[in-house]
Every structure is written in C-alpha cells, then in structure tokens.
Design a protein around this ligand. Structure first.
Ligand SMILES: CC(C)(COP(=O)(O)OP(=O)(O)OC[C@H]1O[C@@H](n2cnc3c(N)ncnc32)[C@H](O)[C@@H]1OP(=O)(O)O)[C@@H](O)C(=O)NCCC(=O)NCCS
Length: 237
C-alpha cells in the first residue's frame, strides 16, 4: 500500500483536506498529551495555495500526511512545521518521505535560510538527523516574535515564557546551509546517542514541569533545575 502513496507539493486544489488535517493535528496532540502550535484550517489552506506545503495522498484521494513551511526573520530562518501522518499510515516511512520533500522544497525556495524544527518526538528527531539537522539551544533559533507567538496555543507556553524562551519541552534542531555536518554524520551521531537523547528528554520534561509547578506555588516538590545539570551541559543550555 505504501508504495502507492503520492508525496507531492500541495496546491490550491488540496484545500478541502485542511479541516481533516487540523482535526488530526489536534487529536494527535491530545492523544500524546503534548503541546502543539495550533493552526486553523484557513492557515493550512493558505500554505497549500502558496505552494509552501507537502501533502501525501492515496491515488483514490484518501489523505495520508502533511507538513508546511514557515518563514521567519526576513527569510533568515525556515521551519518545517506541523508534520502529521494519519494514524492508519504510520510506521511505514511516510513521515520520512514528507520531511525529505519539504526539506528539498525549503532548500529550493530559501537556499540561504537556516532550517529548524522543535519537537518532543524521537521519531522526528531521527528523521531530522537523517537530513543533517543537529540539536541546538533555543538561542540559536529565530528571535522573530511572531514565531514564538505561535507557541501561545501550546499547553506548555507558560513554561516557555518562565524560562525566558531559553528552554521548554521541545528539543530544537537546526540545519545551517553555511555550516552543517553531512547527513551521514548527524544520522550516525543520532543512532549512537538516541538512548541518551530519549532519557534526557524525559528528564528535562519532568524537571521542567516540576520546576514550573513549584514556581507557580504548586506542590511539585522538586528542586529547580540547577545551573549546570548534566542535561544543560549536554544541550548547551
Ligand atoms: C511522528 C509521526 C509524524 C511519524 O510518522 P511515521 O510515518 O510513522 O514515521 P516514519 O514511519 O517515517 O518513521 C520515521 C523514523 O522514525 C522512527 N519512529 C517512528 N515512530 C517512532 C516512535 N514513536 N519512536 C521512535 N522512533 C519512531 C521509525 O522507526 C523511522 O526510523 P527508521 O528510518 O530508522 O526506520 C507520526 O507518528 C505522527 O503523525 N504523530 C503525531 C503528530 C506528531 O507527533 N508530529 C510531530 C510534531 S513535531
């Protein structure tokens, strides 16, 4: 079935998929219990019309997956956001194909822009590493206010702001066209470190949550993140 799936740049004729896509984005975020920069069907439809999105569909028109491009800081940064695959098509390499296509599209349209992503998922970290992205600190991302305003709809927004936008639940990853390692190297690094990444992502998330609850006067009980924890060194925080 997977080899029949068409992965292509979306266009104005795809806007009827927009509602299905945003519904699935919301349902998936709820199911995972994670945050999401919520997007409206109109926003997604506009991305399609502008040719700034990649869609995957079956030959009969069944929707399979989606991802879109956002441009920040006067084109100095590009984000490949909103990656989503319909549950019945997951774990068969579709996200990887969509990400490869949107990465190529981003490189064609914005050859000098740094490409970045924020994610809580190991699958996305793996896909990004295969494309040449590396984990970075938030300070290396765009400071475009509009980008960060997009996080307002995420359940973790207060944590992000409490950390002065220097840290949150997501891991930041970046591809810098002017200074990057070969995908072969970043992919190898990820394979070697994926267990550590997974473990430290969990530690970071639970520590951030407990720190935030305590700060808010709740009963988290944990000590705040110390200034030089292993995790902070690991992610250069
Ligand atoms: C994350 C998501 C897009 C992955 O889609 P998918 O089509 O199942 O992913 P793929 O089959 O292309 O898998 C890509 C790689 O990630 C790995 N992977 C997939 N799911 C994984 C998981 N839950 N944990 C760890 N690795 C995972 C796969 O093994 C594959 O690695 P490989 O190249 O070594 O085989 C999909 O699960 C989804 O839509 N989730 C909900 C929305 C979401 O989390 N979006 C990301 C927002 S940043």
């Amino acid at each position: 079935m997977e080899d029949k799936i068409i992965v292509r740049v979306a266009n104005g004729g795809d806007t009827h998929y927009a509602q299905t896509i945003t519904n699935e984005m919301e349902a998936s975020a709820k199911a995972r219990g994670t945050g999401i920069a919520k997007r409206s069907p109109e926003y997604v439809a506009r991305k399609m019309e502008e040719g700034k999105a990649v869609i995957a569909v079956m030959p009969d028109g069944t929707w399979v997956g989606f991802c879109y491009i956002e441009v920040w800081g006067h084109e100095s940064f590009v984000a490949n956001s909103g990656l989503i695959v319909a549950p019945e098509f997951r774990k068969s390499g579709i996200a990887k194909k969509i990400k490869q296509r949107i990465f190529n599209l981003s490189r064609e349209k914005y050859p000098n822009s740094k490409i970045f992503g924020l994610t809580t998922g190991l699958a996305v970290m793996k896909i990004n590493s295969d494309l040449g992205y590396e984990p970075v600190t938030y300070s290396e991302l765009t400071d475009d206010e509009e980008f960060w305003a997009g996080c307002k709809s995420c359940v973790n927004y207060d944590i992000l702001m409490s950390k002065d936008r220097k840290n949150c639940m997501c891991t930041a990853m970046l591809y810098d066209p002017a200074d990057h390692q070969e995908p072969k190297q970043t992919s190898k690094d990820f394979r070697e470190k994926s267990k550590i990444y997974e473990r430290f992502m969990k530690i970071k998330q639970s520590r951030l949550l407990r720190w935030f609850r305590k700060k808010e006067g709740g009963n988290g009980g944990a000590a705040p993140i110390k200034s030089k924890s292993f995790f902070q060194i690991f992610f250069h925080l």
